[in-house]
Write a protein that binds this ligand. Structure first.
Ligand code: KG4
Ligand code: ZN
Length: 332
């Protein structure tokens, strides 16, 4: 079974070819990041234009690298949402045209579910687990049991990656902020600044806008910000954010009595999260899974894998498939 994955939910254009459930034959990603950097964040119109310019090249390259012809494709899967509507429509229109021309089945995929499923390509999926999704646009905790997904909580304001990006901007570190902050944090004092824990309504909800404001006040206190200030701020911010993520995730795992935690999304590349969460979980007899680094970013291999699972469960989309900008974890 050859599955084609198409992902255009934000600033990346990606097409992948998956053989069976576990063999990625190709996973091409074209990012428009460099085009957004001068603006300090993703510009939706630039993102969707990039998808439009790139989609055909990326598709051809995915087939070439996989050494297959289009007629060998058995199933077409595409990100249905959430995301930027203009970008989503590029991938969905392309997928629909391909499905129509090749007379092959089409399956729309929830991008957030796919981020977690990226962990199971070539690996066994646990029977039940807590999912922590941490990306630039979303942060959520969910409970997964035998294919059923229950959303336990999500961010009430900024997403974790968004908080990294905004704080990096305040510190003059450019976009995207996560990777730079992560590197600087390793060289700073994590206890130089203390941030109070945000209060949330829901036990499993997150809030990150308070810490961003606290950083802003610290930045405004002085006119000059030596490198040591930036390093210490990055370290203190990372320490607080990672600890909040770890505590909530472990709380959810204990509450649901699961032995597995599965992480997905861009922030799953974070070095502190990768170090602290497995260590703390181990004390409770819980195992933590992180995706391979290549699968932490937005990519079509995870879409193909999730789409194939849904197809095998009987899901079929048709040519009325539309982009859903606000889709939440576990929903269609
Ligand atoms: O999942 P993703 O590629 O895009 C969305 O679907 O949103 O996530 C991108 C986000 C950005 O906010 C970026 O700053 C963050 O992931 N990120 C990181 C790291 N690498 C990427 N945040 C913290 N530490 C990192 N190492
Ligand atoms: Zn994503």
């Amino acid at each position: 079974m050859i599955t084609l994955g198409i992902e255009t939910s934000c600033d990346e254009t990606s097409v992948a070819v998956l053989k069976g459930r576990d063999t990625i034959l190709s996973n091409i990603v074209s990012s428009s990041l460099f085009r957004h950097q001068p603006f300090g964040g993703v510009v939706p119109e630039i993102a969707s234009r990039h998808c439009l310019e790139q989609i055909d090249f990326v598709f051809q390259e995915a087939l070439t690298q996989a050494k297959i012809k289009s007629k060998q494709i058995d199933l077409i899967t595409v990100t249905e949402g959430p995301g930027l509507i203009g970008s989503l429509f590029v991938g969905i229109s392309f997928a629909k045209a391909l499905a129509y021309q090749l007379k092959k089945p089409l399956v729309g995929v929830n991008h957030l579910d796919a981020h977690l499923v990226a962990n199971f390509i070539g690996e066994k999926e646990p029977g039940k687990y807590i999912g922590l999704l941490v990306s630039g646009g979303h942060t959520s905790l969910s409970y997964h049991q035998k294919g059923k997904i229950k959303l336990l909580g999500s961010t009430v304001d900024d997403a974790a990656g968004e908080a990294y990006d905004k704080v990096a901007k305040l510190l003059g570190l450019g976009y995207p902020g996560g990777p730079v902050m992560d590197k600087l944090a390793a060289k700073g004092d994590a206890h130089a600044f203390k941030f109070t824990r945000p209060k949330q309504k829901g036990r499993f909800d997150f809030s990150f806008s308070g810490i961003k404001t606290a950083v802003l006040y610290q930045v405004q206190k002085t006119n000059s910000h030596p490198d040591s200030f930036v390093r210490d701020m990055a370290a203190s911010f990372q320490y607080s954010v990672v600890n909040w993520l770890v505590e909530k995730t472990l709380d959810a795992a204990v509450y649901k009595k699961v032995r597995h935690i599965v992480i997905g999304g861009g922030v799953s590349a974070n070095s502190a999260l990768r170090e602290v969460l497995p260590a703390r979980a181990k004390e409770l007899g819980i195992e933590v899974r992180f995706p391979a680094f290549a699968l932490t970013v937005d990519n079509a291999a995870m879409i193909a894998r999730r789409g194939l699972e849904l197809y095998q469960k009987g899901k079929r989309s048709n040519l009325k498939l539309m982009g859903k900008a606000n889709l939440v974890m576990g929903k269609f």
